[in-house]
Design a binder for this molecule. Structure first.
Ligand SMILES: [Zn+2]
Length: 144
């Protein structure tokens, strides 16, 4: 028993750094994929700088928003801004655009359902397209 236990601890030690390593995934709209339980959300910055979020089920099919709860804080220097979201068609779209500039963090909080625990995602807002993967830099999937 003791042996099994220490083996489990050893396994946990080996596995956890791999889990902590964050690989960026991109969605079909070239946005940043945010992994939730049983579904994914895709963070995308529109041309008018509003943030739109699309949802996909576990097998990647687009889903209209259900009872997910989203909020975001743009940590722009001197202009920290809270974004609220509203349903627009099959997307959740921020009611206001992101503050000017880039390079700041956007913290997106999503509850997969009204009862779910909120999950926070920190995204560095860099809007230029990556030359290698062609995604916006905030959704760049290249290994660096
Ligand atoms: Zn890239």
């Amino acid at each position: 028993m003791k042996k099994i236990l220490s083996l489990l601890i050893l396994l946990a030690l080996v596995v956890s750094p791999a889990l902590a390593e964050k690989t960026v995934k991109a969605g079909p709209r070239k946005g940043r994929l945010l992994e939730l339980e049983g579904q994914n959300a895709e963070f995308f910055v529109e041309k008018n700088r509003t943030v739109s979020i699309a949802f996909y089920n576990a097998v990647g099919q687009a889903q209209p928003p259900a009872d997910q709860v989203i909020s975001a804080v743009a940590e722009a220097p001197g202009a920290k801004t809270k974004l609220e979201f509203e349903k627009k068609g099959d997307l959740m779209v921020s009611k206001t655009p992101l503050p000017e500039g880039e390079g700041y963090q956007v913290v997106v909080q999503i509850k997969a359902s009204a009862q779910a625990r909120p999950k926070n995602f920190r995204i560095k807002l860099e809007l230029h397209a990556c030359k290698k993967c062609d995604n916006p830099e905030y959704a760049c999937t290249c290994d660096e």
